[in-house]
Design a protein around this ligand. Structure first.
Ligand code: DC
Length: 224
């Protein structure tokens, strides 16, 4: 990186465990953790509340001047604010996942969120997770990891996570939604989800959580 901070880019599909693994690895290594999906979710939440047609890129882009998404670290924990309101919990609702995926396909939305993400990495030793961190947001990241697992395993993890939070969902719906979102994220024109040429592939299908964190930490330590 051009700054004197270490930047680690973690990209991968829905439910690969990016957030929980990257958050824990960051804590262990004393890095800041930044979940960039939360920014897209904040924009998706705004449009969802306003009843904007998410398939209409112009309508979505037209909302941007009224949307101020922010990431703030409170006691080392990332909170996401939408126009001053802490929406960290609300953005996790399943309907907001689809809204986030839809708005993330709009180039103007991606452009609007770029500087927020780069500023964080510029000023901290950071592990940043998303879909295009290693390819677009931080192309010069010191370490790039593409974290994935088989779709059924990712769906099971997501199902367990939502159920534990008391959110009622069916496994088949979770798997279907995951496959739909992966397809949309990989096939959009702007900054699609793909492994950067210089990223290390980490498949956690056969690993438990601790082993996945160990793997990510080893990759980072081996390259910094
Ligand atoms: O990581 P997540 O599930 O919270 O992300 C929500 C959506 O945001 C996801 O479907 C794709 C989009 N996203 C993106 O396009 N680029 C990122 N860097 C992060 C998320």
């Amino acid at each position: 990186m051009s700054s004197n901070h270490i930047a680690v880019a973690v990209d991968g599909p829905v439910g690969a465990g990016k957030s929980s693994i990257a958050r824990t690895a960051a804590k262990r290594l004393g890095f800041i953790y930044c979940d960039t999906g939360a920014l897209y979710r904040a924009v998706g939440l705004y449009c969802h509340r306003k009843g904007v047609d998410l398939k209409n890129a112009e309508d979505v882009a037209g909302q941007l001047s009224a949307i101020k998404p922010e990431i703030r670290l409170i006691d080392g924990v990332q909170h996401v604010f939408l126009n001053g309101e802490d929406v960290s919990e609300e953005i996790r609702l399943p309907e907001i996942s689809m809204a986030a995926s839809a708005v993330s396909a709009v180039p103007a939305v991606r452009a609007a969120l770029l500087d927020i993400q780069r500023d964080i990495a510029e000023n901290n030793n950071t592990i940043m997770d998303g879909r295009d961190i290693g390819t677009v947001v931080l192309p010069n990241a010191d370490v790039k990891i593409f974290l994935t697992a088989r779709p059924e395993i990712r769906a099971k993890r997501r199902f367990d996570e939502l159920t534990a939070k008391g959110i009622e969902v069916k496994f088949d719906d979770v798997l279907k939604e995951l496959n739909e979102r992966d397809f949309a994220d990989m096939h959009r024109e702007t900054a699609p989800l793909k492994q950067a040429d210089d990223a290390v592939l980490a498949d956690t299908s056969e690993l438990d959580f601790e082993q996945s964190v160990d793997l990510v930490c080893e990759i980072i330590k081996g390259r910094t």
